[in-house]
Structure formats: structure tokens, C-alpha cells
Design a protein around this ligand. Structure first.
Ligand code: ADP
Length: 170
């Protein structure tokens, strides 16, 4: 994977650091799709007031899955993690935009291990196993920049204003 230079003058596909236009990469993993939780998960982001900027369903290639989780390459669960993501049951890859969406997205998703996740979070409500924790969300602005660029072309990111936007973002 050869990405374009990121964070030119603080700007990237994740928006501008610290600005309301911030974006996060969120992915419903194959267990979330197989367990038919896609609608419920999307609803949490929509109802919070976030804007769906991009969405697609795909079975990631091993190369894509490995690159996405490259920081975990030395961990014992890395191969199993890549196998899980590339199992053949698709993932739903999304970009969400709005105020503090990166940090709030992590709160919606919950702690990595569902046994530690807040019961109101997606993982805390629907998952019990760290190896099948349903969903991914970027953990920082820099991760969001890299992940959006890895999964989406800029032309796939929509520019529009939801009718709720002024009320939500004020
Ligand atoms: P997060 O997804 O919350 O950002 P990490 O980046 O630490 O968490 O890990 C990425 C993913 O790797 C986790 O969501 C989970 O699917 C998997 N994972 C993490 N730790 C383990 C583990 N101990 N055993 C199996 N899978 C794990």
C-alpha cells in the first residue's frame, strides 16, 4: 500500500484536526454483518447526529486486512484477526463525520474487550469475546486519516449537509 502524503498542513481525509468536520473510519466486522446488527449499529451513529459520508460492503483482501491491522503484526492473534476479517462474510466500511466523532465513536463502540465494555456500548450490549467484538472505530485523528485513505478513494466521500446539521452542530 502506497498512500499519498497525509496531514498536509493538518488536513487529511479525516478533516482538519480539532475541527467540527472531523471524520472517523468505522467498520462493522463480519460477525456484526452475520448477526444482522448492521441497522442497529448505523442507527446509533445516525441518532447521535453524525453524518454518513461513505459506506460500502466488501470482503477485504488479505493485503487490505493486514495493512489495516499492521500495528498488531507482532501480536499472537494477528493471523486469526486477519482470517476473521477476510472470512468471506463481508464487512461494512463507513466514514462518519461530526463534532468529536473520533472520540465519541470509540465511546459508542466500547472497550476492546467486550467484558470490559460499558453495557450501553455496541460491544457491551452485543458481544462477549475480544476475538469477535463486532466493530472497529479509529482511535485517533492520525489513525482516522490513514484508515479512511486505506479503505476509500476521496471520490467516494460525499459532500452534503443533513437537514439536522445546524441543530446538531450548534
Ligand atoms: P480496538 O479494535 O478496540 O481498537 P486493538 O486495536 O487493540 O483494539 O485491536 C484490534 C482488534 O484486534 C480488536 O478489535 C480485536 O478484534 C482484536 N484483538 C485485540 N486483542 C485481541 C486478543 N487478545 N485476542 C483476539 N483478538 C484480539
Amino acid at each position: 500500500y502506497q498512500g499519498a502524503p497525509l496531514l498536509l498542513e493538518g488536513k487529511s481525509l479525516a478533516g482538519e484536526k480539532g475541527k467540527a468536520s472531523e471524520r472517523s473510519f468505522v467498520m462493522i466486522k463480519p460477525d456484526g454483518v452475520s448477526r444482522q446488527l448492521v441497522g442497529k449499529i448505523i442507527t446509533r451513529f445516525e441518532e447521535r447526529g453524525y453524518k454518513l459520508v461513505a459506506v460500502k460492503s466488501l470482503t477485504p483482501s488479505p493485503a487490505l486486512a493486514k495493512e489495516h491491522y499492521i500495528d498488531l503484526a507482532s501480536r499472537p492473534f494477528y493471523k486469526g484477526l486477519v482470517d476473521y476479517i477476510t472470512s468471506g462474510t463481508p464487512v461494512v466500511a463507513m466514514v462518519w463525520e461530526g463534532k468529536d466523532v473520533i472520540r465519541q465513536g470509540r465511546r459508542i463502540v466500547g472497550a476492546t474487550n467486550p467484558q470490559e465494555s460499558d453495557p450501553g456500548s455496541v460491544r457491551g450490549q452485543y458481544a462477549v469475546s475480544v476475538g469477535r467484538n463486532l466493530i472497529h472505530a479509529s482511535d485517533s485523528f492520525d489513525s482516522a486519516s490513514k484508515e479512511i485513505e486505506l479503505w476509500f478513494a476521496e471520490s467516494e466521500l460525499a459532500e452534503y449537509k443533513p437537514t439536522t446539521w445546524d441543530w446538531v452542530m450548534a
